[in-house]
Design a protein around this ligand. Structure first.
Ligand code: SF4
Ligand code: SF4
Length: 407
């Protein structure tokens, strides 16, 4: 692949990859993983999480007006520049025109944005308080699909192998986020911005990251920080590019496109552990190691009907749905060796066969006897945390009422 192809993301079979072209090319350069397949149960064009419990298996139902796009993506400068060339360019222009969270490094959050999200209770997938500015309300889809960022392209509500797949995608996400950050900083310093301005921009980014961390820990964003992002501050930060922000972002896309593969690899030289994590999680995806002892431990929100069990394990969005008739067998998994649990049964007839045990283990519905029950909420969306708690019946009713009022 030549340099132009890398940055255009053109590769023979990239169309089959879950990732946008550029991220796909990066992953191939940094690891031995090529064109990772998407998660087929995350049916984004016909969102499974909006379809109700019978189809999704989850007691959490998303609003089609938000889906999983309850998130304001951080777009590195060159990603914004590339997006300006695509079908969703109007949403990028509108975000730039807003000036909030717009710096030569990225389109991100402002202190005021953080303050607003924290003060209004937002619920992931259900509340219109936070909706991505690139979410197209007509198509109910992503306006910048081909240039969406690392977080968006590695997030799925459902996974073929449950927690094993989730860990793989999180490792890919962390690696690609590191790439976005490094290439964005490279564009900042090679785009012709004076050093003092570049330093101020990086200091602002560090301040925003600290504010997000504090907000996630329950601290309010002080007004003084919001006030610091004044019109004067904005003009100073942008310098001679003020008023020509779109030109800047397009220019950074050109700077990024001029980075040679060897240069890119050098930019990533300080994060070999992130490459290794992807390789390790990729290896796990291709292996099936079921512990010798398992304890059946469905989490909060699990439910049973006369026909099915909906067992919440690693994620409330992706319960394991099994025939209700298996319940008695599952309860026999009490931490004893599997051979003992199966004793007296012909293994070919018992329903606790290897495939079922793998599923239970992958989805963390059954855990190794000695293992603490893993955290089951959160941790899926980096950045500003939004409540993932299932809404109450009253909240659900209120949301439905609001929706019918709008109609
Ligand atoms: S990943 Fe998002 S859009 Fe796709 S099916 Fe899941 S909730 Fe819906
Ligand atoms: S960029 Fe696209 S995928 Fe990401 S949150 Fe926005 S609309 Fe959703």
């Amino acid at each position: 692949m030549n340099d132009a192809q890398v940055w255009a993301g053109a590769s023979g079979s990239a169309d089959t990859s879950a990732l946008p072209p550029l991220h796909n090319a990066w992953l191939g350069m940094l690891t031995s993983i090529q064109n990772p397949a998407s998660e087929p149960k995350s049916t984004c064009g016909d969102c499974v999480m909006c379809a109700g419990v019978d189809r999704s298996g989850s007691s959490v139902t998303f609003s089609p007006d938000v889906k999983c796009c309850s998130y304001v993506p951080h777009l590195a400068n060159f990603v914004a520049g590339r997006s300006l060339l695509g079908p969703g360019h109007a949403s990028i222009s509108a975000r730039i025109a807003r000036k909030a969270g717009v710096t030569p490094l990225a389109l991100g959050l402002s202190y005021a944005d953080i303050q607003r999200v924290v003060s209004e209770r937002s619920q992931f997938g259900r509340s219109p308080v936070v909706v991505c500015p690139h979410f197209d309300q007509e198509t109910k889809g992503c306006g910048i699909w081909q240039t969406r960022n690392a977080v968006c392209s590695t997030w799925f509500c459902k996974h073929e192998r449950g927690a094993v797949s989730l860990r793989f995608w999180q490792a890919v996400r962390d690696l690609l986020m590191a790439a976005e950050e490094r290439v964005g900083q490279h564009c900042l310093t090679h785009g012709g911005l004076p050093d003092e301005q570049a330093d101020a921009v990086l200091a602002h980014r560090a301040g925003i990251q600290a504010a997000i961390a504090r907000a996630n820990a329950g601290e309010a964003v002080p007004d003084i920080e919001v006030g610091g992002e004044s019109a004067h501050w904005y003009e100073t930060m942008w310098g001679e590019w003020a008023g020509r922000e779109e030109d800047w972002f397009r220019a950074t896309a050109d700077v990024a496109a001029s980075i040679k593969p060897a240069e890119f690899i050098a930019l990533m030289a300080d994060v070999p552990h992130l490459c290794q994590a992807v390789a390790d999680c990729g290896h796990d995806l291709n292996t099936h190691d079921v512990p010798d002892r398992l304890r059946f431990h469905p989490g909060d929100g699990s439910a049973a009907t006369p026909e099915v069990l909906r067992l919440v394990g690693y994620s409330p969005f992706d319960p394991l749905v099994l025939p209700a008739s298996l319940f008695a067998d599952l309860r026999r998994l009490d931490g004893r060796p599997i051979t003992e649990v199966r004793e007296g049964n012909d293994v070919s007839q018992t329903r606790l066969d290897d495939n079922l045990l793998e599923l239970l283990h992958d989805f963390e519905v059954a855990v190794p006897r000695e293992q603490q029950v893993p955290a089951r909420l959160g941790g899926q969306v980096p950045g500003l945390t939004i409540s993932l708690e299932p809404e109450s019946a009253q909240e659900q009713k209120q949301r439905e009422q609001e929706r019918s009022d709008q109609v």
